[in-house]
Design a protein around this ligand. Structure first.
Ligand SMILES: NC(=O)c1ccc[n+]([C@@H]2O[C@H](COP(=O)([O-])OP(=O)(O)OC[C@H]3O[C@@H](n4cnc5c(N)ncnc54)[C@H](OP(=O)(O)O)[C@@H]3O)[C@@H](O)[C@H]2O)c1
Length: 333
């Protein structure tokens, strides 16, 4: 644990003017063990922080500078992946611990990484720890580079990984995922601006989404992953369809998930009471419910998170807490 009286960890945020970056700035400015040393946007001039942070954090958004970031003990990167890929190596060279929210360092397979994240340097990628604390707690303790999971993979893996690892799932898995629009970042595109999204739901990236690759990596099996944009500002709900192995019953599912998450402060298992986005919005929780039809062996799971917290900023701080030996919930209770 962090000894009482020891100096706080000095932290920096790059991408502090983006959706995930504002959440990082808010939480890190009030975290009991950090001092928010610097927060940056992409500009070369200082600017005022978002009005959302009034009376929470009184600092100014500083011009983007790798050298200034490198003066912090730990840095959170909420940048586009090509920008993160470029600045992670010099930060690591300066002994900074890096918590990268982008996808740049998530994929371990070099060919897949070259396809989805071509700017990522291979040698550095090999040292990254996948920042899903519920499954990589031990590895995080010594990590220098933490690659935080994608928002869709976070919900899917928390629901499925214990069951797949225990051999409870038989056959193919389908993940039908719905995300609020903030998952796409703050810059509006034709797909994400209000008049396109409001009153509509659209599937996209079918059989062709980098988060599908990431889920397959962590489950070590193929899945059918179909993301949808829904007209919400934040939140993800995934409905997961699978067939369980013969002899698997309600108690095998409940016991496997229960023992996987008995010490996980942010996973709430709800059983047949299926969770909804509103149950987790503005929190770092992932709620997982399920219904098993024992006669047909069909299992339906529902997993929900807030994409900007458990899917991004909150999870990165959770990994930071584990990496530094703080209470896992510090600053994100
Ligand atoms: N949104 C989510 O739900 C979510 C979930 C998980 C992971 N992520 C990942 O987290 C990262 C940030 O996502 P976001 O949704 O917060 O994005 P965003 O809203 O688009 O914000 C991007 C941030 O990066 C800054 N930036 C852009 N290009 C830059 C450059 N070349 N150099 C320095 N700064 C630059 C922007 O600064 P300006 O404001 O000055 O342009 C802004 O602060 C992405 O890699 C994303 O994939 C996002």
């Amino acid at each position: 644990m962090h000894p009482a009286g020891e100096r706080p960890i000095s932290v920096g945020v790059a991408g502090a003017t983006g959706y995930a970056g504002v959440e990082l700035t808010r939480a890190l400015s009030r975290h009991p063990h950090t001092r928010l040393r610097i927060a940056m946007g992409s500009s070369d001039r200082p600017s005022a922080a978002s009005p959302r942070l009034n009376r929470i954090w009184d600092g100014e958004i500083e011009p983007f500078s790798v050298a200034a970031l490198a003066d912090a003990d730990a840095v959170f990167l909420a940048l586009p992946e090509a920008a993160a890929a470029e600045i992670v190596p010099p930060l690591l060279d300066r002994q900074v611990r890096v918590f990268d929210l982008s996808g740049a360092f998530r994929l371990r397979d070099a060919e897949a990484r070259a396809r989805w994240y071509p700017a990522t340097p291979t040698d550095v990628a090999e040292s990254a720890v996948y920042g899903l604390p519920e499954h990589y707690r031990d590895e995080l303790r010594s990590a220098r580079l933490v690659s935080c999971p994608g928002c869709y993979p976070t919900a899917a893996l928390i629901a499925l990984r214990p069951l797949v690892k225990a051999g409870l799932i038989d056959g193919h898995i389908i993940i039908d995922a719905k995300s609020g629009i903030s998952g796409a970042g703050k810059a509006a595109s034709e797909r994400t601006h209000f008049s396109e999204c409001h009153g509509s739901v659209a599937a996209y990236g079918v059989m062709n989404h980098r988060h599908g690759q990431e889920i397959e990596q962590e489950l070590d099996r193929p899945v059918t992953f179909v993301p949808h944009l829904v007209p919400l500002d934040r939140g993800i709900l995934e409905t997961i369809y699978a067939t369980v192995a013969p002899s698997v019953d309600e108690s095998s599912i409940a016991n496997t998930l229960g023992s996987a998450y008995q010490d996980a402060p942010f996973v709430r298992l709800t059983g047949r009471r299926l969770p909804e986005i509103k149950h987790v919005a503005f929190t770092n929780f992932c709620d997982v419910g399920w219904v098993l039809d024992i006669d047909t062996r069909r299992l339906v799971m529902v997993a929900v998170i807030d994409n900007l917290l458990k899917g991004a900023a909150g999870q990165a701080i959770q990994s930071f807490n584990v990496a530094y030996g703080f209470d896992e919930t510090a600053g994100i209770e």
